[in-house]
Design a protein around this ligand. Sequence first.
Ligand code: ZN
Length: 327
Amino acid sequence: MTNATLQAVRERLPDYVAAVTTKSKGGFYTCPLCGSGTGPNKSGAFRIRGEKFRCFSCGRGGDVLDLLGEVEGLPDFRDRARRASELFGIDGSVTAAGAAPVRRESRPEPEPSFIPDEIMRGSLSGYGQNNFAAWLVGVFGVMRAYEVANAYSVGTSRHWPGACCFWQIDEAGRVRRGKVMLYNAETGRRVKEPGNMIAGVHWLLEMPDRKPPACLFGLDLAASSSKPVAVVESEKSAIIGAGFVPGFIWTATGGKGTLSRKMLEPLQGRRVVLFPDLGAFDDWTEKAAGWPGVEVSELLEGRATAEDRAAGLDVADYLLREHGISA
Ligand SMILES: [Zn+2]
């Protein structure tokens, strides 16, 4: 493209804008990139000045080739130039009809940032420095502790001395999220001093903040088995459940409030039993009412004593106690 042609193309900015979007007010347009009609201070969003455009809502700006590249998803300058010649014609005669195939939804959504496999795999060692693993050995013995930790890909993190990492691996084997946590090696209880000692791997690695949606901890195991699926709140409860009650595949929501129908979607057609901790029974029962194939266990709710309630017994506590292990 010669400089003269380039100049001719740049001058077609108003024609191109008119073809891909509509006027909003006061000489402004609705932004074809972000769809906004108004910028800050209720002024218009998208304006043309000479050969340049700028959107005061999404902040993007440039010349007609930049705009066309964004609208059509063409990062390469040569592709943009070729498309511009096509649209505007050699003699620069562009019409709204010529630009009609341009679709403003054509900007692809950014890809979610899954955690690279090698990062997860790199964490699967160093168990001598992993308080949770050490505690697990005390509960199950070395062999069974290893089997269970291995099945759930429990990692070791150096973020805090003794920390572990629980990875959310989905039905396709993709690592969606990682949660670094610190436990006491003797009691198996979470360390909550000086802070709550939980950190997300996306944040720790300064990965782009496009976290994929959370999935059940243990979803990968559930997907590759036909056993009924137990759903508990904490990763620790899932792992303890797996060690003591192998008739289920044990999964965890990672929090009381995070249970959702969407999270259970990959388990459609399976028998799914929710095991709420004490205090979450009503909440989970209400939420799961009418979810096909999903039942709520009254295991804890039905047997809890007043002391259990006061202590906020969870599924892990209950199973450990049943097996004569005091936490
Ligand atoms: Zn915009």
